[in-house]
Design a protein around this ligand. Structure first.
Ligand SMILES: N[C@@H](CCC(=O)N[C@@H](CS)C(=O)NCC(=O)O)C(=O)O
Length: 217
């Protein structure tokens, strides 16, 4: 049985798609409508994740794994030849976890979730925008001297390019952090990332059409 990823177009689950492409994994992809919490066959997503959130990975042994910070290293370890994570138990692996934690809590949840939420008030938005400079400054200084988050492309880069892709929809102009911008543009050109982004842009557009049709009917 191959791995299956429950995903929503352009959501954070894109990071795992990128990792699976990097690993040339034989994986399946199951689309979740994050508004209706339904799969394309109409079935309910909540039994898969009681929080109604993607990503969820069904492993090749058939059990379900949630949380980006758990799924991404799991995929890397399942395909060690892909070099997507340093070996477990090393300092480099601990640093990978540090980056994953930073991306998940300080960027994904700490900044982007609020800025992407159409229901967030102007006050909340303005407060969140104040948190951006410190966090993006950390990244900008890192990318002034490094091509990737670690020695080579890792699952942390897959996650980072996924959240940086939301900047354009969040009122964050990457121009203020030129090294981050350069990194994002370079990562977006990487073949696995470019493929994942193009596929999910198309799926996102199709999802918008379906939602419009459902509203009109
Ligand atoms: N703690 C989870 C959060 C995942 C998450 O925020 N997923 C978003 C998409 S990027 C989602 O499914 N949101 C829909 C919802 O919360 O209803 C993780 O890090 O994996």
């Amino acid at each position: 049985m191959s791995m299956e990823l429950y995903f929503s177009p352009l959501a954070c689950s894109l990071a795992t798609r990128i990792a699976l492409y990097e690993a040339s994994a034989d994986a399946g992809f199951i689309e979740v409508d994050n508004q209706s919490k339904r799969l394309r066959d109409g079935s309910d997503f909540y039994p898969i994740n009681a929080l109604g959130q993607v990503p969820v990975l069904r492993t090749d042994d058939g059990w379900l794994l949630k949380e980006n910070t758990a799924i991404l290293p799991y995929v890397a370890d399942a395909y060690p030849e892909s070099g997507l994570a340093p070996a477990a138990g090393t300092a480099a692996r601990a640093k990978l976890q540090e980056w994953l934690g930073f991306i998940s809590t300080e960027l994904h949840k700490g900044v982007f979730v609020t800025l992407l939420d159409p229901e967030a008030s102007a006050e909340v938005r303005s407060y969140t925008h104040q948190r951006v400079a410190l966090r993006f400054g950390v990244l900008d200084r890192h990318f002034a001297e490094h091509e990737f988050l670690q020695d080579g492309f890792s699952v942390a880069d897959a996650y980072l390019v996924t959240v940086l892709n939301w900047a354009q929809y969040s009122g964050i102009d990457l121009k203020a952090w030129p090294n981050v911008k350069k990194y994002y543009l370079k990562m977006a050109e990487r073949p696995t990332v470019a493929r994942a982004l193009a596929e999910e842009m198309q799926l996102f557009a199709e999802e918008q059409v379906r939602r419009k049709q459902a509203k009109a009917s």
